[in-house]
Ligand binder design. Sequence first.
Ligand code: ASP
Ligand code: MG
Length: 411
Amino acid sequence: MPVLVMKFGGTSVATLDRIKRAAKRVGVEVAKGYDVIVIVSAMSGETNKLVGFVNDTSQLYDAREYDAVVSSGENVTAGLMALTLQEMDVPARSWQGWQVPLQTNSAHSAARIEAIPTDNINAKFAEGMKVAVVAGFQGISPEGRITTLGRGGSDTTAVAFAAAFGAERCDIYTDVDGIYTTDPRIASKARKLDKIAFEEMLELASLGAKVLQTRSVELAMRFKVKLRVLSSFEEMDDAAGTMVCDEEEIVESKAVNGVAYSRDEAKMTLISVADRPGIAAAIFGPLSEAGVNVDMIVQNISEEGRTDMTFSCPTDQVARAEKAMADAKAAGDINFHDLVADTDVAKISIVGIGMRSHAGVAAKMFATLRDEGINIKVITTSEIKVSVLIDRKYMELAVQSLHDAFELEKA
Ligand code: ASP
Ligand code: MG
C-alpha cells in the first residue's frame, strides 16, 4: 500500500470536534487506499502552558525533565486521534516517540533525529491496521530519556516519517491555506503560491515565516519529500494548499517570489576597533559562545588602522551581546571605542530562485525603497535573497511597496 503522512498542527486538533474533523480527512485518504501515518501536535496553547509550568517550577531547569513535561501534550492528542478513528471504524493505533522508537541524540529540547525504524509500524500495517497515529515533536535519547525536537518540531517529525517510510506525500495541515508571497496581514494583495521551491521555503522559514519548522524544510529538501501545506478548515481538494518542491518542478520562476520581514532585529555597531588580522574572530567568537545569533555583518573601510564593525542580532539578545563585548574588552582581546545598539530596526528580505538568472533585482529593491524615502542601513545578499535593515516604522510600507514593485500579486 502507498503510504501518506498527514500532520495536524495545534489548531487543527484544538478541540474534540476538530480532532473529529481531522479524523474524517484521514478516513477519506484511507478509503483511497493509503496506509496513513498521522503526526499530531499538542492541542493549541498546550505546549506553551507546559513550558510555563516548567519555568514556574524551576528557573535553571533540568532539560531532561523539561522534555518529560513539554512532550506530554502530544501524547494526549495521539491517543484521542486513535480513539476517534476507531469510533469511525478505521483501524488505528497510537505511538509515542519512544515506542516507535524515534531515536534522537541527547540534545534535550533541541534534539536531532538519528533514526526511525519502520518495522514496528509496518508489521501493524501488514496486520490490517490502517492508521498509525504518532505523537509529534518527541523521541528517545541513547540514554533512554524522552527528548523533544524544538518548538514547532512536529513538522520535522512528519517529514522524517515521510522520508523513512517512502511516503508518496507529506501533507501539513494548519490554520492557513498555504504559503503566501508575504504576510497577508501586512499586504492585502498577498497571494497564495501554488508551488514554492525548497530553497525559497528554507529562506522564508529561517526569516521567521512560522508555518514550517526550518529543519523540516531542510529534511524535505535532502530526502526529496513532497511536502504540501494546506488548511484543515477548508473543503478537501487535491489541488489545495502550496506544494514545496524541487526547483526543477517550477518551470518558470519570477525573480522574486516572496517578501519577508523580521520585526525584532537590532543593529549593533562597534565603533573604532583595530583593523588587524584576527579581529573578526576576536569579535564573533565570543558572540557565538554567548549564544548570540548574528545575522548580517558589515565591516567598514578602515581609516588609520581603525574600523567600525556592524552586525545584526535578535533584539532580545542585545544584552547578551553587550556583555560578551564588554567582557572581551576587559580581557584585552578586543579594543573599541563604543558599542552602539539600534533596536528600532526591521529586516526586510526578498527571496526567489529566479534571482540566479535575473539581473538587477537588488538594484530594483533599492530603487523602490528610495522612491518611498526609506533609508537602508545594512545590506546583505545571498544567491536567492537580498536583505536590508531599515527603520522599523517603515516596515509595513517597505513590504507593501516591494510586493507591488515585483508584481507579486500576479501569478
Ligand atoms: N507542540 C509543539 C510546539 O508547540 C510542537 C509542534 O506543535 O510542532 O512547539
Ligand atoms: Mg507549527
